[in-house]
Design a protein around this ligand. Sequence first.
Ligand code: UD1
Length: 337
Amino acid sequence: MSILVTGGAGYIGSHTVVELLNNDYEVVIVDDFSNSHPTVLDRIKELTGKDFTFYELNLLDKENLQNVFLENDIEAVIHFAGFKAVGESVSLPLEYYHNNVTGTIVLLEVMKEFNVKNIVFSSSATVYGMDNKAPFTEDMPTSATNPYGYTKVVIEHILEDLAVADNEWSPILLRYFNPIGAHESGRIGEDPNDIPNNLMPYITQVAVQKLEKLSIYGDDYDTPDGTGVRDYIHVVDLAKGHLKALDYSLNHTGAQAVNLGTGEGYSVLDVVHAFEKANDIKIPYEIVKRRPGDIAVGYADPTKAKDLLGWEAKHSLEDMCRTSWKWQKNNPQGYKE
Ligand code: UD1
């Protein structure tokens, strides 16, 4: 029996595949390399000493996806594949809805055809929208501010509707807070296309002198130092959360949304200072205007993950800063050498 991992060559996907292989799961990866690089597959093999099956494929290619299910005995799916750049989704809404939502529908149709009804979905804390107040709990109403966010909201609804229509489905909707950090080895990590949109990859590219200075988006929020507060979570903790969710899905039915966060909020300046301290590097920055769509404060109530899945985050912000830097320093061009 195998676990199908869509988007398994991506940042969170690759760290999750390492955990799966280390825990003796058989893994089948489907990835179209739209935001990842083939080198990551070699690195996963190097780190784990284990092999897996790989298909270069987009989920919209139904016929070839059916072949993946014909050729492998798939027991459950961990579904990461999707576009994820907020700004780009505003310019390319059709591409985002088609790739993310239609791609997921095709995947679910094929799963149904092969009677595979266990799925762990890569959702996001972005579904808490602008109106909820942190700490966010899973029962809060969901919304979004951009097409990327709406694709997560819509896919969550699709999975919940599926579990209502057929009580054999067991979708777990994992709402990630802000994943940063990298594998302890420094061999796999986050490798954004072009200029990073997110805070930590921007900081590490300033540290490696690919970018000149960090722009901090606003210091006039209602927070202790005026900069935005988020719940940063180490990607390896996040990856381990997927194994717990997979286990839960395989042993229960019905849909469950679960936050994966630490429950702790840090400001942008906290992260900059933690990075400087952990790695002994100065990060030049300037304060600029707020980024549209940003909230002031977002962090998880992680109680449900602990009660339902038996999972909690273990790594500190220092670990996150140290491993992010180790990855970037050892791979200044990411996977593109
Ligand atoms: C962002 C997305 C969110 C997505 C998540 C996944 C937006 C508005 N939100 O979350 O939908 O699910 O990434 O990766 O893009 N910051 C700076 N300078 C920078 C970059 C960020 O000051 O160059 C600040 C932001 O204003 C924010 C914090 O750092 O306060 C974290 O930003 P980021 O890493 O982009 O994550 P989110 O905005 O929380």
